[in-house]
Structures are given as C-alpha cells and as structure tokens.
Design a protein around this ligand. Structure first.
Ligand SMILES: Cc1ncc(COP(=O)(O)O)c(C=O)c1O
Length: 407
C-alpha cells in the first residue's frame, strides 16, 4: 500500500474545523453575507493588518484581484512597463495587462528561484512604472538590495506574498518592505478561504485607491460619492471572511509545522548525490509553501523529470519542472492575446515610439535552468515525520537508481 500523502486539495492536508464553523455560523445567523454591511471581513482585515504591523489591509476576491488592485493603485499609463518574474502564477501577470501595462520579465537566480536587484535593474527602462517581486515558494527575495534599487530609481515595489505568509527577511515579514503587499487565500495556500486575497500598504493614498478599486471606485462615506474611475467588484464575502479569520488565528502554528518538516527533509537528504535542499536567502526564514528540490542532471541522468516522475509513481506529491515554462511562453503573452485583435497594450499610441517588447528565453537563462532542474514537492501543515521519512527514502532510492543508470 503506497503511503497517502496529506493533500491541500482536501481535508487530509488542510486545517479546517470547529473554529471556521463557529465563525461561519455567526455570519449565517447574522443574515449578512456581504462585507460592506457585515463585520467579519473588516475584523479579518484589522487582525491581519495588526499581525503584519501595517496600518492598512483590504480583502479581495482572489490573489489575482489583490495584484490587480496594487497595480491599479500605482495607476500606470497605457503601455507603461512593470517588471516582474517569469516564474509565477498567470493571475499576477494578467493583473498587469488588465491595467493596460506591459509585463517585462526579469530573470531569476537559479538557486533561489527569485528575482534579484541585478536582474530587475537589467529590465528597467524609462517606461518602467513599478517592480513586482515574488517571494517564490515562501523564500524571500533579497529585499535590502531590491529596496535600494527601487529607491535609486524611484520605483514602487509590489511584493507578491501569495506564497510567503510569515516569510521573513532579516527579522522582518516580507510584505512590509515595498509599497504594497499582496496575498492569496486560494485553496492551496498557507491559509485558505477557498478563494480570496489581501492587499496591504502604509501609504494612505495607495490605501485609498485600493479601497476604491476593489469596490467599483464608489466613494462610500464621501459627502458627494460617485464612481470615480474604472474599477471592478473584487469584494470578499463574509463567508470567506469567516473562514479566513479562523485560519489566520492558526497561521503561526501551521507555518511552524511546515518549517519543522521541511527542515527535517533537508537534513534527511543531505549527502544524497545529485539532489539539493532549497537555498534559503541569508538571515531569512523560508516558510515552505512548497519544497523546491534542485536536481543535478549530470549526476542523475534524466534530471528533474525522471526523478519527479518516479517519485510520483511511488506516491509522492510533486511537480517536476513546476510551471514547465516561463510565463512569457504562454499563448496570452507570446501572441499578445489580450483585447480582440488589438494586441493592446503591447500596441498602443503611447508605445508608438517604443521598441517592440520581445520575449526571449535567451534573456532569462536563470529561469530556464531553474525550471529544468526543479522538482516542487507539495507541502502542507499536516505533513508529519512519517511522510518526510517516506519522501526522503523515495528520493534516496530513485536518485540511486538514476545514478546507477537504471533510467
Ligand atoms: C505568486 C502568486 N501570485 C498570485 C497568485 C494568484 O492568486 P489567486 O489564485 O488567488 O488569484 C498566485 C496563486 O495562485 C501565486 O502563487
């Protein structure tokens, strides 16, 4: 019987219970499911803001909506550029295009899978309006260098923390360095409400614009309210808020559990030829949304794909090569499939004199190397020593077979 691994797709790998039910009951009994009239989403926002030590938090209907609100708050002109990473969720990139800006891709460090100040700097032009840094898998970007660059170039930083709850860079939570932090509450994240997201900021003007953007830009409470600018309805429901609040109260314990089991796996696979534990940014805390196992294909013929496939066959939840290809090779970006046949905002009046945006994998060798050499292991707070032992034993066994040429 293969071991059943706890999965974040269902109750085996999630921590949803009486606390969530109690708050849901409160919401249902109140009869108010909408956050503009209810109290639970507001309570959740206040608790998360105070947890992060920031003055402002607003909930959204998804992480994609959170990134969209962040970009909208920065308010680029059509055709302006926003530099981001090619290894991320498409939602974070769609948000840029929906706000009429052009995503430009900085390379990642093939050891940390994160953008760096150097790779970002290489993509900054006079059209750049913001930098998005994604703390991939829960491992922080080098924020000292990133913030120094941002200050030099006078660019706001959006921190995408969808995978990085409680992640710390030098004793400070990621999400507290940049102008805006974005989180996701999608099913598989550190905490979940099925779907949902949050934006946080310190600057009152950005906070105000995000508050408006999430709710059709209607000026609630203003003397002469109006719909001030183009904006969708990205509100979170009270039902989501109830689950999110209960989850938030468990967050630190669940993160500690993820770190403990991830550290255990790193210890158990140390010395296995051809596989390497995640490289954690110095002076930082990685919170292991996923465990990225790096594979050396010279030592292990077939590399990440061969190792990952055999691990899957043995029952380990994992994704060889993670998202498979850099985001810019997806049709939407490669072929500029945006609004009708317009190719907007790649083609627009504001870019008439700009060189065309060319996406080329030769520009991002670190990202190609990173994707080719990674097996991303599913991870969650319900992993226990027995699961880690099973994963480590499987890695050791499969790596041994590959190294011996039993491919
Ligand atoms: C880094 C990153 N950014 C943004 C998102 C988008 O979040 P959502 O799926 O909640 O829209 C995700 C995940 O799904 C993500 O992993």
């Amino acid at each position: 019987m293969p071991m059943q691994m706890p999965s974040d797709a269902d109750s085996s790998g999630r921590s949803l219970g009486q606390e969530e039910l109690d708050l849901l009951t409160r919401v249902i009994e109140s009869g108010t499911l909408n956050c503009t009239k209810g109290t639970v989403v507001r309570e959740f926002e206040q608790e998360f803001a105070s947890f992060m030590g920031l003055p402002f938090c607003r909930s959204t209907s998804s992480g994609t909506a959170a990134v969209h609100a962040a970009v909208a708050a920065i308010d680029p002109e059509p055709g302006d550029e926003i530099v981001t990473t090619p290894i991320t969720d498409m939602g974070a990139i769609a948000a840029i295009l929906y706000q009429a800006a052009v995503p430009v891709f900085a390379d990642v460090d093939p050891l940390t899978y994160n953008v760096t100040a150097d790779t970002l700097a290489a993509k900054i032009t006079d059209r750049t309006r913001a930098l998005v840094v994604t703390h991939l898998f829960g491992n922080p970007c080098d924020m000292a260098e990133v913030m120094e660059l941002a200050a030099e170039r006078d660019l706001p930083v959006i921190e995408d923390c969808a995978q990085a709850y409680c992640t710390r860079y030098r004793d400070q939570y990621v999400g507290t360095f940049g102008a805006v932090a974005c989180f996701s509450l999608q099913q598989g994240k550190h905490i979940t409400a099925g779907e949902g997201g949050m934006v946080l900021a310190s600057d009152p003007e950005l906070a105000r614009r995000m508050t408006l953007f999430i709710d059709k830009a209607w000026g609630y409470g203003d003397p002469k309210p109006d719909h001030y600018f183009l904006a969708p309805n990205y509100r979170m429901t009270e039902l989501q808020g109830a689950v999110a609040l209960a989850q938030l109260r468990k967050l630190e314990g669940m993160v500690a559990q993820r770190i403990a089991t991830a550290d255990l796996l790193s210890a158990k696979i140390a010395g296995v030829p051809g596989v390497f534990a995640p490289v954690v940014t110095p002076d930082s805390v990685h919170t292991y949304w996923r465990y990225a196992l790096r594979v050396d294909s010279e030592t292990l013929p077939g590399g990440a794909v061969a190792l990952g496939r055999r691990m899957q066959q043995a029952g380990v939840l994992c994704a060889p090569r993670y998202v498979q290809k850099p985001a810019f090779e997806c049709q939407v970006l490669r072929d500029h499939r945006t609004f009708g046949d317009s190719e907007f905002p790649y083609r627009c009046a504001q870019r008439a004199d700009a060189p065309p945006v060319v996406y080329d994998r030769a520009d991002t060798p670190g990202s190609i190397e990173a994707l080719e050499g990674v097996v991303v292991l599913g991870w969650n707070e319900r992993y226990r020593e027995e699961h880690v032992t099973f994963i480590a034993d499987t890695i050791r066994e499969v790596a041994g077979e590959l190294a011996a040429g039993e491919g």
